[in-house]
Write a protein that binds this ligand. Structure first.
Ligand SMILES: Cc1ncc(COP(=O)(O)O)c(C=O)c1O
Length: 376
């Protein structure tokens, strides 16, 4: 039997931890009631959801659990935030950064087609959004600014707090949406700490199950429903709740909070970069490295075709990606690399780690990179 591949694609998704699987199984077997039912079986499921809601609320710095709206993941959470806010405001303008996830960019395009003004703020060559630039674009009728916390392709952390501060100085009623899908549990992600009115997260990026996530809204922000149904999630996201997914998400967050410091990840990502540069001295890490989180490393290798590199690594037992999962299958050039003006003939590989990445995994990955790169 061949050895399992080394998995360095945690920004795409993470393995579900056994403790999380156990919690999900328990919810499936024991807490199968409909949380809206008023009998004991339903109430038990409702209690499990409320416990999960309180935990996620604490993580997001929300004073009331009702500020948490569970969704089917990060995509829906971003879309829900933007569409509900647009419904509330009806007219006006929004600003989105050039490096947002497609769930934000493409929802912005949908809004544009309904008459909302959409402006895109460019990124610096270092992969981050300048607060002054966003502030300069903000007008009195700008009702939403969306800038993610950590970019999923480069790992560059965005100065969201400063962006929010400057934006609110110009347009006090403007709301700030921070997509915290890549930072939830690994960095502080509270509403107050980030200056955000809306934050989004996804369970499968934090060793939880796929198909569940959340939108957390500021206490003074009342979002209208986008579709009809029951009064689940305060009527803002009707439909019978995904009880196993929600309790699995909460358990994953709880476990993440028990983990230690990211020093080991920093060391692993340094070893990976050094391995690549040893074979290809012209290779470079993408973005301002002083702003990069340790778990995501994107490296450009001039003159090496991205697809050939990713395929060769995969054949040798290293699962990595060329950027966002949504681009890699279609092999389109990513909008993030374009925004950072990475030349098209520079191949790009994203190596993303988690606490489940062992030192042996890193050693083996460096060996594979050192064997593969000279062949290209
Ligand atoms: C930054 C960011 N936002 C949103 C999403 C979408 O999350 P989900 O896969 O839960 O829909 C992703 C997933 O790749 C992401 O990286």
């Amino acid at each position: 039997m061949s050895a399992l591949p080394i998995y360095l694609d945690h920004a795409a998704t993470t393995p579900v931890l056994p403790e999380v699987t156990a919690e999900i199984t328990r919810a499936l077997e024991e807490d199968f009631g409909n949380p809206s039912s008023r009998h004991a079986v339903g109430l038990r499921a409702e209690e499990r959801i409320q416990a999960a809601r309180s935990l996620i609320a604490r993580q997001a710095g929300a004073s009331q659990p009702s500020q948490v709206i569970f969704t089917s993941g990060g995509t829906e959470a971003n879309a829900l935030a933007m569409l509900a806010l647009a419904r509330k405001n009806r007219t006006g303008r929004i600003i989105v950064s050039a490096i947002e996830h497609p769930s934000v960019r493409n929802t912005a395009a949908l809004l544009e087609s309904t008459g909302i003004g959409v402006e895109t703020v460019p990124a610096t060559a270092g992969g981050w959004i300048e607060p002054e630039r966003v502030a300069g674009m903000t007008r009195p009728d700008t009702f939403l600014v969306a800038v993610m916390h950590v970019n999923n392709e480069t790992g560059i952390e965005q100065p969201v707090k400063e962006i929010a501060r400057l934006v609110k100085r110009r347009a006090p009623r403007c709301r700030v949406l921070v997509d915290a899908v890549q930072s939830f549990t690994s960095l502080p992600t509270t509403l107050g700490g980030m200056g955000a009115d809306l934050i989004t997260a996804s369970a499968h990026k934090v060793h939880g199950p796929k198909g569940v996530g959340c939108l957390v809204a500021a206490a003074d922000l009342h979002l209208p429903p986008l579709w009809g149904g029951g009064d689940q999630e305060g009527g803002r996201r009707p439909g019978t709740e995904n009880v196993p997914g929600i309790v699995g998400f909460a358990r994953a967050v709880e476990l993440a909070n028990e983990r230690g410091d990211p020093e080991r990840l920093r060391d692993s990502s340094r070893r990976l970069l050094e391995g690549i540069v040893r074979c290809r001295p012209e290779a470079y890490a993408i973005g301002d490295q002083g702003r990069r989180v340790p778990q995501i490393l994107a490296v450009a290798v001039p003159g090496v075709p991205t697809e050939a590199l990713v395929n060769l690594l995969e054949a040798r037992g290293l699962c990595a990606s060329s950027g966002a999962a949504c681009h890699s299958r279609r092999s389109l050039r990513s909008h993030v690399l374009e925004a950072l003006e990475i030349p098209p003939d520079h191949g790009v590989i994203r190596l993303s780690l988690s606490h489940t990445t062992t030192d042996e995994d890193t050693t083996r990955a460096v060996q594979i990179l050192e064997e593969a790169l000279p062949q290209l």
